[in-house]
Design a binder for this molecule. Structure first.
Ligand SMILES: Cc1cc2nc3c(=O)[nH]c(=O)nc-3n(C[C@H](O)[C@H](O)[C@H](O)COP(=O)(O)OP(=O)(O)OC[C@H]3O[C@@H](n4cnc5c(N)ncnc54)[C@H](O)[C@@H]3O)c2cc1C
Length: 321
């Protein structure tokens, strides 16, 4: 049996968790085994409603009075107990920061290998796996042969796809936890108060980097995003300089975006930035330097000063709106 561990915010399931469920559903069919989902925390049940559209018939709700907030060792211990109880032979989570951390704790505690950020899996003697390393610039081929296999799925490798709606059986599971499992735990949360479309879900993102020059310079990018119904993101230079909040950073240490169109303005295309936008369906790069690496990843390119190109673009768009 495969257990798919899904993150949630108490209301919605994490979109990467839904990608993972889609992948795990296909994997379970190929391995001829069942797939059951795992949600952690008291508020999990309401978010779990979404799961019925992903062809899952059973959801294990790990509940414990101290598990409401993220505590990596306690979460790991809980999943380990569930794995043993259900005799599951494979556990998979999305390769988010948290998913990778949780699975690494489980692997360390069980002394099992973990294949993180997997992109392809085939079945031989064990599992033959391709995984993304170095932010996706290196593909590694690896095999897992242990009886219990631990995986995380690289982000934006598959699109989340609903299947037939199933009645879902929610089964509570209460782990036995000790104080030592709570050495590290979340002590507070600052909610992002932005409403509506977010970087994670936007179908159009306008990104700005050092070439934008200042916080003020982003106004024109905001205007472009607004007239196309998109949102603004930034490179690490833009966030480190305080031109944009860190929550808007795109890249290895920021958001992974997958819009239909990413308009990258004054961004050179460093590998750490490309990791964050490589799932974009189309990329339009605006840059003054024809040697900028981003052009080699672009579907469309404009060689020019963004301070001239972006206002010209806005003016043309407004003519047809
Ligand atoms: C561990 C680690 C993690 C990192 N994580 C991230 C991450 O998550 N996200 C991220 O973005 N970076 C990340 N970085 C930093 C990354 O390596 C680059 O330094 C950064 O992406 C560069 O940002 P930039 O493209 O805005 O700036 P630059 O590389 O300086 O590029 C600026 C570009 O703007 C162009 N330009 C200048 N003026 C104009 C103009 N008027 N019009 C048009 N174009 C113009 C220039 O030609 C140039 O190509 C990370 C680095 C490390 C080591």
């Amino acid at each position: 049996m495969i257990l798919g561990i899904i993150e949630h915010d108490g209301v919605q399931l994490d979109p990467y968790g839904l990608q993972m469920l889609t992948f795990a559903r296909d994997l379970s069919a190929r391995l001829n085994t069942s797939l059951e989902a795992v949600l952690i925390g008291k508020s999990a049940e309401s978010s779990g409603e979404q799961i019925k559209n992903f062809g899952i018939s059973k959801v294990h709700l790990i509940q414990h009075e101290r598990l409401e907030h993220y505590a990596p060792e306690a979460w790991a211990e809980s999943v380990i107990q569930l794995l043993a109880d259900k005799k599951a032979d494979l556990a998979v989570a999305a390769g988010t920061e948290r998913g990778n951390e949780l699975m690494a704790h489980i692997a360390a505690k069980l002394d099992l290998p973990l294949a993180s950020n997997c992109s392809e899996i085939s079945h031989g003697d064990g599992l033959e796996i391709t995984r993304l390393r170095w932010g996706g610039s290196l593909l590694e081929e690896t095999s897992l042969r242990d009886n219990v296999k631990l995986l995380t799925l690289a982000l934006n490798i598959v699109e989340a796809q609903e299947s037939s709606a199933n009645p879902v059986d929610f089964e509570a599971f209460t782990p036995t936890l000790e104080d030592k499992d709570f050495r590290v735990q979340l002590s507070g949360r600052e909610e992002n108060t932005a409403e509506g479309v977010t970087l994670k879900t936007a179908s159009l993102v306008v990104g700005g980097g050092r070439g934008v020059g200042s916080a003020e310079g982003f106004k024109v990018l905001e205007e472009l995003a607004e007239c196309l119904g998109g949102v603004v993101g930034g490179s690490r230079v833009a966030t480190n300089n305080g031109w944009r909040p860190h929550t808007q950073q795109v890249g290895l240490t920021g958001n992974r975006i997958s819009p239909k169109l990413y308009i990258a303005c004054g961004i050179s295309g460093a590998i750490q930035h490309l990791v964050g936008c490589k799932a974009a369906k189309n990329i339009l790069v605006i840059n003054v330097d024809r040697e900028a690496p981003f052009f080699s990843k672009a579907d469309y390119g404009v060689l020019g000063d963004l301070h001239e190109v972006v206002p010209a673009l806005i003016s043309e768009i407004k003519k047809v709106q």
